[in-house]
Ligand binder design. Structure first.
Ligand code: XIL
Length: 666
């Protein structure tokens, strides 16, 4: 039974609406670079070319502009996994996975489900002590619940993921050790019962060539077929290293299709040791050509999915330190040589697509508290009032007094301001009346009876100065109520709040990319792009949301800058992300400088040109993001390595300057 279809229409409309404004803004660019997209070339020959998608990537207009036009299939990246779909036994949460399914439906893409039974990304309750019979029921209930929810929507399910050891024996997962090989048949049988239309796959890595592991898979599927267990295909993940496509790939594909099975390349990426040079990118193009060509040459090999679109959504830099540049698009969504190779491997002629324009940040709501509370009120028994005794900007702010618990503070409902599936930047200034506490800016999201508390930003707040709380918030679809609130670890102290802003991606910053395109705007747009345009839904945020520059977050604030510096570490390497909010006058061209606390070295950067001398780093704007208006923010990132073992670990730099002005570090 499909538990999704009754709400499906409403959800799809919301996703299309969210896509509307963005797609409308970029149509001229697509028209200019129309030619044949990768998706069109694939569709013309009945082939599937896919990408993994995630709720975060869906929130990026640039990701969507590439994915909308270049791929005709989409796989749930993390959203269909056990930890996302059944975090607590018997309580399913499909908000994130539904967003992927709705995106596929809204853009006419095939949907691959990933993944029902795996040893990884399992919530801990799955592995707690229980009998084999109870464990089997856990598995069957999960497969039935998830596959049933998406019945009719998923073309192929990776029912069992990564069941093998390298030698072709079955991996000692919680499933195999408690249930033996029969868990695989049970999962497939339950999936077939829950969704008779979905093709059922077993998916694994290092099974691309003929080897012990792929032979283990080959023997397993033959045993399943002999026993009458439903099995329709095998997925070859293909997380490859540049120059190392197995020579027996096609032979391996053919031995599986000879069994009457479908084969898909399900998670293709070709990683390169960084920095990637031209020779390596050329070799990578040859590798992509070989993989796609081998699949396309065999009738039963029906599609190739890459594990992401570009550098920004690749899992490689974080999971294989020192490697990257593994996908078809780079950190600025420019096509790599491999793009052309894939189009040609499918018999097309490549027109290299223009990179999507960089979006601006527009104001959705701004609360300067100059007069009145503008919808803000009490959370708990505390009393929220507008005061003019202290202020961050202007002369007014909000005071929360009489607090008796840490969670009490000012709050405001924002459900009608935010569009589901969109990414927002929420910021607020906080201050205690006296004393010190950790101030937290969060969202309370109600989904029917389930309540989620999602932190946006936390920082130390003290009574002598204002502290900026600023963070990204991805608003998942399906909410029935949503409020933003401020709290502090100081249980009873009074708390001030001021200059709250909510921003989101708006139209492109510069029209330079589309200017050259407008001359050929009469060229018809690609079908896959026009499908997702909903003319009546030209806005994705509430009509009352102000886009006017007067809603500047810097109103009355100090001249200068605020830096948010975050890292994603794996020990020895990290991805750095830097956001600078310009709280002074507009600038045209910028340099951000800092000094690393240890021996960190930047290897690669995006959104800025980064140079380093000793520990001193200097990041200068890229061609397209030099102008930063008053109150606007600019973001760039980099990949760095360091020698583990120096004192302090990957400590963050203590100070930053923006065009020579010292910044507040948030
Ligand atoms: C990866 C995701 O891309 C990451 O975001 C996540 O943190 C870990 O899992 N084989 C699989 C995929 O089947 O599900 C994995 O995806 C990559 C390896």
């Amino acid at each position: 039974m499909n538990h999704r279809s009754w709400t499906r229409h409403a959800r799809t409309v919301a996703v299309v609406a969210a896509a509307g404004a963005l797609v409308a803004a970029v149509l001229p660019v697509l028209a200019a670079s129309a030619g044949q997209t990768l998706a069109q070339v694939a569709t013309a020959r009945g082939f599937h070319i896919g990408t993994a998608a995630g709720v975060r990537t869906l929130a990026s207009s640039q990701w969507r502009q590439v994915a909308d036009t270049q791929f005709n299939s989409v796989t749930m990246g993390n959203e269909g996994k056990w930890d996302a779909t059944e975090p607590t036994q018997g309580q399913f949460d499909f908000a994130a996975a539904d967003a992927i399914a709705d995106y596929a439906a809204a853009t006419g893409k095939r949907l691959r489900g990933h993944t029902l039974v795996w040893h990884s990304q399992l919530p801990s309750w799955v592995s707690t002590d229980r009998t084999a019979a109870a464990q089997r029921q856990v598995l069957i209930d999960h497969v039935t619940g998830v596959a049933g929810h998406f019945a009719g929507d998923v073309a192929q399910w990776d029912v069992v993921n990564e069941p093998f050891n390298e030698d072709g024996t079955l991996r000692s997962s919680v499933w195999y050790t408690r249930l033996g090989e029969s868990y695989i048949a049970d999962a497939l049988t339950a999936a077939r019962a829950a969704d008779p239309a979905a093709k059922l796959f077993i998916n694994d890595y290092n099974v691309e060539g003929v080897n012990a592991k792929s032979t283990g898979l080959y023997n397993l599927v033959q045993r399943l077929q002999a026993a009458g267990v439903p099995i329709d295909g095998v997925g070859l993940q293909a997380h490859l290293i540049v120059g190392q496509v197995p020579s027996t790939l096609r032979q391996n594909i053919e031995r599986f299709t000879a069994l009457g099975l479908k084969v898909e390349i399900t998670e293709l990426d070709v990683r390169i040791p960084l920095p990637a040079d031209t020779a390596e990118l050329t070799q990578q193009a040859a590798d992509y050509r070989a993989v796609v060509g081998a699949c396309a040459a065999v009738a039963g090999c029906t599609g190739v999915t890459t594990w992401g679109v570009g550098e920004v959504d690749s899992w490689i830099p974080a999971f294989f330190p020192g490697y990257g540049a593994a996908l078809l698009f780079d950190e600025q969504w420019r096509a790599r040589p491999a793009y052309t190779a894939v189009v040609e491997a499918l018999g097309g002629t490549a027109t290299v697509p223009a990179p999507p324009p960089v979006p601006s940040l527009v104001s959705v709501a701004a609360y300067p508290f100059e007069s009145g509370l503008a919808g803000w009120g009490s959370r708990g028994s505390e009393v929220t009032t507008q005061v003019t005794t202290v202020a961050h900007g202007g002369t007014g702010s909000v005071l929360s007094s009489g607090r008796t618990a840490t969670w009490q503070g000012p709050t405001r409902p924002v459900l009608d301001l935010l569009a589901p599936g969109k990414l927002y930047t929420v910021s607020a200034w906080a201050r205690t009346a006296s004393g010190t506490g950790t101030a937290r800016l969060s969202m309370q999201r109600q989904n029917g009876t389930a309540t989620r508390y999602e932190n946006v930003s936390a920082n130390t707040a003290i009574g002598t100065s204002w502290t900026l709380l600023r963070g990204d918030y991805l608003f998942l679809p399906g909410a029935t109520a949503l409020s933003v609130y401020l709290e502090t670890t100081d249980t009873t102290g009074d708390l001030y709040l001021d200059d709250v802003t909510i921003e989101t991606e708006g139209p492109p910053v510069s029209s330079s990319a589309s200017a050259s395109a407008s001359a050929s705007a009469s060229v018809s747009v690609s079908p896959s792009a026009s499908r997702s345009v909903s003319p009546s839904a030209s806005r994705s945020v509430s009509p009352s949301a102000s886009r006017s520059p007067s809603a500047s977050p810097s109103q009355g604030g100090p001249a200068g800058c605020v830096v948010r510096y975050t890292t994603n570490d794996w020990g020895g390497g990290f991805v750095g992300d830097v956001t600078v909010t310009n709280t002074g006058a507009a600038v045209n061209g910028w340099t951000v400088r800092w000094t690393f606390a240890g021996d960190q070295r930047v290897n690669q950067a995006w959104g800025a040109t980064v140079t380093q001398a000793g520990a001193a780093v200097s990041a200068t704007n890229a061609a397209w993001n030099g102008t930063v208006g008053a109150g606007a923010a600019v973001n760039f990132g980099f990949l760095a390595s360091y020698t583990a073992g120096y004192t302090g670990g990957n400590a963050r730099p203590a100070a930053f300057t923006f065009n020579g002005t010292a910044c507040t570090v948030s």
